[in-house]
Structures are given as C-alpha cells and as structure tokens.
Write a protein that binds this ligand. Sequence first.
Ligand code: ATP
Length: 373
Amino acid sequence: CAAAPATTAEAGTEATPKTERRKRVLSGVQPTGSIHLGNYFGAIKNWVKMQEEFDAFYCVVDLHAITAGAHDPKELIKSTRSSAAIYLAAGLDPERSNVFVQSHVSAHSELCWLLNCATPIGWLEKMIQFKEKARKAGEDVSVGLLDYPVLMASDILLYNADIVPVGEDQRQHLELTRDIAGRVNNLYGGGKWKKMGPKGSRAPSGRFRGGDILRVPDAYIPEAGARVMSLTDGSAKMSKSNPAEGSRINVLDTPDEIAKKIKRCKTDAVEGLEFGDPTRPEATNLLTIYQLCTGMTKEEVLKECGSMRWGDFKPALTDAVVEHLSPIQARYAEIMQEEGYLDGVLKRGADAANEVAEKTVADVRDAMGFMER
Ligand code: ATP
C-alpha cells in the first residue's frame, strides 16, 4: 500500500538528509449525500491523477458531514460506504492511495481539540462558508459548523500534507489551516516561522524548520473549468446540500435521471452556445460539463456545438455524461457486490493513516506539555 511514509524523512526537518520522501497529498469529500459531477471533476478525478506522483491520503470525511446539524444515522453510514466505493470506482487504486474513513482515525478528533484551543474564535467567525451556512441554519447552527475549518486543519496537518487539492470554495479554509499551523509552531515549537514570513504575518509553506511541529501545506487549485455549477442556477456551485435534487447530476444517476435533469435544466432563448458570457452562466456551465465529459478542448467543443440550439445540444450532453459515467457505475456495482472488499480496503487505509496520524498528534501533545502516557 502507498502508505510507506514513516521513513526517516517523515520528520522532514532541515537536519534530515534529502531522501526519497515523496510529496504528500491529502483530500476528502463529505458523505452528506450522493457524490455529484462537481465533486468528481473538481476533486476525485484530480486525485486519481495525483496518486501517480504523490504519497496519497484520501478520506471520506464523515466527521465533517455531521456539522450541518441533526442527521439521519442510516443515511450517514450508507453515504459513507457509497462515497468510498465511488472513490475506488473512479480510479483510486488502494495499492497507490490510502483510502479511509475519517472517523476510523481518532487522531482527527483529538488534534482538532488541541488546535481548537490554539485558534482564536474570531478567525473562525470570519469564514465565508460559515457565515453562509449559519445564515441558512438559523438558530440550529451547531458549534461543529463553526469548528469545521479546525477539523479540516487537523485532517491536513495530521499527515504533514505538502499539498491539498481544493476547489476555490475551500481556499479560505486552507489559508486558515496555514495560519493555525503557523500559530501552533510559533506558540509551542520555538517561534521560528514568524520571523520568516513577510511582516511575520503568514506562515511560509514547505519544509519544517528546527522547532516546528506542523508542516505548513500549500493549496493546489485544480485546472480552471473544473468548477461545476448548479443546473438550476448556473451561478451557484453544484452541491450536495442544495435541496433541489434537479440541481445536480450524481455520479450514480441512471441514464434516465441524467436525461431528465438535463432536459429540465435552466437555459435561455439565445441562439448558439458560447463560453464565458457573464449574462449566460448556464451556457458556460453546460458546455464545461460537456468539455469535461468528452475530454475535448474548448475550441473543439465550440466547433462541434457552438452553433447548436439547446434542443440539439441537450441530448448530445446527455450522451456525453452517460458515456463518461457508465464505466464508473459498472465498477461501482462490482465493488459493492464483492463481499468484504470495500471493508478490507478501508481497514488497510485506516491502519496506514493511523500510523502517521498517531505520531503527529503525539508530537503536538508533547509540545503542548501533556504528560506522557
Ligand atoms: P456540501 O454541499 O455538503 O457542502 P459539496 O457538494 O459542496 O458538499 P464537499 O464535500 O464540501 O462538496 O467538497 C468535496 C470536494 O469537492 C472539495 O474539494 C470541493 O472543492 C469539491 N467540490 C464540491 N463542489 C464542487 C463543484 N460544484 N465544482 C467543483 N468542485 C467541487
């Protein structure tokens, strides 16, 4: 398994000779519902490419999934298994990537608590996603929702991840992760990072310096165009938590469901299709989905579809989506049928993850002055 991390280079200090430590990547999707084209093109498909080059840790972030408030336990377990199976069906190879469930590694919760106590509450109250989601949740907003970015920081920092592939929507959370790591290093690791940032305001990325406890990660924003928007409102992102089922195409949707959703999706009365017109976000979005599913360039898409009417383009788009998703769906069915396979992969993934995570959390406990066990 690709775990292979606890080498001498694991610590990554300046004193450590440059050995074969591959850069490490970590990412995850919340099992808050069915995985959709946005999660797939914005995250999972890139993970598959990255597993070739990086020491990869990909988790189903089930602890994050409950931050939205009361949830249905049966749905959570179903969605967790299904998400993990989609990771594999989409091409994550358990021989190359550590695929696991976040709650199977208890260090995520423990580090989150330790980081909570080093994070000023004002940093969290400024998070745009918190403000947006809290507005919707009203009085039901949970402490967990406010704390979501600290849990995300724990996920990343536990594995000393060098890079974190995130969509634009998560960029602010990643900046916060960098700030939290810098603060912990500063408070408990000898304060070296502060002197090196511009005006001491930001933690520099990359390797540890003497005294640092946590590695400061870099964001990796995937190629432009991987952001997929809602089918009912081309200017909002496609999302699991949107109550309108017709706003997203799920990776496991049947051809019929896909055809119906595309037939009903919002369009306009303008003739011809084009990318990038700010007054026609739906046209850009549907052309982008077509481009992503076919692997064509923008120019090729425009050559083929630019002069089409919506009535001709929609069936072509349906075919492209169905064609792209059907091998993934077939593999998914096999995975779900193979008794014990998924559990075995997740167990091995969690074992490898635990090995790395336990070491990091022990370092943080140590640095913060907790008595040895
Ligand atoms: P929720 O609605 O529950 O917040 P979500 O569908 O927005 O969920 P997340 O689980 O928060 O998705 O995100 C998992 C990953 O998928 C992240 O890397 C995120 O950037 C990416 N992602 C989510 N939605 C989109 C989208 N519409 N386009 C591109 N990437 C996306």
